[in-house]
Design a protein around this ligand. Sequence first.
Ligand SMILES: CC(C)(COP(=O)(O)OP(=O)(O)OC[C@H]1O[C@@H](n2cnc3c(N)ncnc32)[C@H](O)[C@@H]1OP(=O)(O)O)[C@@H](O)C(=O)NCCC(=O)NCCS
Length: 153
Amino acid sequence: MENFEFVVATKDIVGELIEFEKICFENLPDRFSKRSLTHLIVAPTSRTIIIRDENGKICASVIGLLRHFKIPSGRVYKIGVRPDFGRRGVGSALIRVIEQWFRDCGMKKTCAEVRESNTPSRRMFEKNGYRETNTLYYFYAGGENAAKYWKDL
Ligand SMILES: CC(C)(COP(=O)(O)OP(=O)(O)OC[C@H]1O[C@@H](n2cnc3c(N)ncnc32)[C@H](O)[C@@H]1OP(=O)(O)O)[C@@H](O)C(=O)NCCC(=O)NCCS
């Protein structure tokens, strides 16, 4: 993969993130409100990491959550790569970066939910060592099921 710089998002870029989500997430319910994105940026139990293109525009992002379960676990809550940056290892690189944050925070496992129909994302998680464990029925607005994935850190 090329040498991209990973930047932890701050709340002043929330407007840019909203524009980025419009390009990256075709399902409307998958786009977050300004309020939700701001909360995810500032809350200590979540982290948003972005990559910018050569013109300074956001071309990829990942949001990770910390879950202090019996087994402390990170959750890859949202990940998106602009289509013109697809298939260059950017999504996988973001997964590795957010997993490192999970480890640094003491998380022992990492998980993700993916729309059953989202083959690119499912392949990406599988390629990065995630194992499908179960189905979450009617998980998404509109009724689509999610495939649940887990990985040991
Ligand atoms: C899913 C997504 C994040 C993948 O990002 P990416 O940077 O292209 O991923 P990578 O380059 O790291 O690809 C890793 C593997 O995923 C799979 N993959 C990625 N895009 C794929 C596609 N369009 N079709 C089939 N498999 C695909 C491949 O197995 C790929 O490995 P390979 O290129 O060596 O064959 C990106 O397509 C995206 O943002 N999609 C829209 C938003 C979304 O669905 N997000 C996930 C749910 S929240």
